[in-house]
Design a protein around this ligand. Structure first.
Ligand SMILES: *Cc1c(COP(=O)(O)O)cnc(C)c1O
Length: 369
């Protein structure tokens, strides 16, 4: 062990960082980004917003990002049908930072966070990064299914008495949505806990999938996190947000660094939110591509999990690591999420979908040969 490695906090020794490969490949479908560029009209609006900000970059940004919060509140209202005030919204550099704020405020050393695995790998990394004990809960008793079993979730919440509970809907990496009754039951079963519902993929859900934002009234310990990185097709900007009780958002000020959202970030996000229709224009196309990816995989004898997100978890690989490499050898980068026999594939453009299905055809033929 190097001298430095010996000095790091004992609970961080030997850990590996978050590490989705960033490789220059023709077809990159491994981090659930949008494959569609920002539309030219929005590019112009962004350029103008940055120019207007440039001369004032000698000053710190608006620490309370009021204009941005108003726009995010309007966006949440519009995409969920639930009225939310600007004071109920909090934002950060990606929803990862927002999640970190939540854990900084409610988790930490001597405290416990519970999630239901497989789910978003950053929930434990963020929790443990600030000394919170992570408990890997079970989603269900049948390893071939990925729905959260409500009774089992309640049982685990009661057993571990966590300070923070993570739910994720639609869930990464499985694509499955949660019934709101699961959120309600977990909330009731955990009277000392903040309950986080990570809705990073909410805009891709199939019709009739309600948002947990509708459960906020009367639930001061509930928080719903969202992001501009996925459906909003704006991952490079790093802007995530949450909706919760106004008292909850107020508490986030205790842990955020001063001026954490730069003037440029705020201006760019506002400009894009003013063109939300254009930014969301490809969501329907992505949903269609996703559904075609599901049917295409089924036709190849693979076992895709029905998805409410912009990706599909595909089972049926004899050796997922070998298949991951074989796909990469054909210029297609997908994600090995550590679930045996499964790979996660982002829904990209129709051309990317055709490329991944072509590559899968060759790879699966090779496997059965
Ligand atoms: C991609 C993703 C996020 C988004 O992170 P950002 O920091 O907003 O880019 C959050 N939660 C889940 C489950 C995700 O898959």
């Amino acid at each position: 062990m190097s001298e430095l490695a010996g000095l790091i906090r004992p609970d961080l020794q030997g850990r590996t960082p978050y590490g989705a490969p960033q490789l220059a490949v023709p077809v990159a479908l491994n981090t659930n980004e949008s494959s569609y560029d920002v539309p030219p009209e929005v590019v112009d609006a962004i350029s103008a917003a940055v120019t207007a900000e440039a001369a004032h970059l000698n000053r710190y940004p608006d620490r309370e990002f009021v204009r941005l919060r108003e726009r995010l509140a309007a966006y949440v209202h519009r995409t969920t049908g639930c009225p939310v005030s600007a004071e109920q919204v909090w934002a950060g550099n990606g929803s990862n930072e927002v999640l970190q704020h939540v854990v900084q405020a409610f988790g930490g050393p001597g405290r416990v966070a519970l999630g239901f695995t497989p789910s978003y790998s950053m929930h434990p990394i963020i929790s443990e990064g600030i000394g919170t004990t992570w408990v890997d809960g079970l989603r269900g008793r049948d390893p071939g299914r990925f729905d959260v079993d409500a009774d089992l979730a309640v049982e685990q919440v009661q057993r571990h008495d966590p300070d923070v509970v993570f739910l994720c809907s639609p869930n990464n990496p499985t694509g499955t949505s949660l019934d709101l009754s699961v959120v309600e039951r977990v909330y009731e079963a955990a009277p000392h806990s903040v309950v986080v519902v990570d809705e990073a993929y909410a805009e891709f859900a199939r019709p009739g999938t309600p948002s947990a934002v509708s459960l906020l009234p009367g639930r001061p310990r509930l928080v719903v996190t969202r992001t501009m990185s996925k459906a909003f097709a704006f991952a490079g900007v790093r802007l995530g947000y949450l909706a919760a009780d106004t008292e909850f958002t107020d508490l986030m000020r205790l842990v955020r660094l001063p001026y954490h959202l730069s003037s440029v970030t705020q201006a760019i996000a506002c400009a894009a939110l003013d063109h939300a229709d254009l930014m969301l224009a490809t969501v329907e196309a992505v949903k269609q591509t996703r559904d075609e990816l599901v049917s295409g995989c089924m036709a190849l004898g693979l076992v895709p999990v029905p998805s409410d997100a912009n990706f599909v978890l595909v089972g049926g690989f004899a050796d997922e690591r070998a298949s991951w490499q074989a796909l990469l050898d054909r210029g297609v980068l997908v994600r090995d999420v550590g679930i045996r026999h499964h790979l996660r594939i982002t829904a990209g453009t129709p051309a990317e979908n055709a490329a991944v299905l072509d590559a899968l055809r060759v790879v699966t033929e090779g496997e059965s040969a």
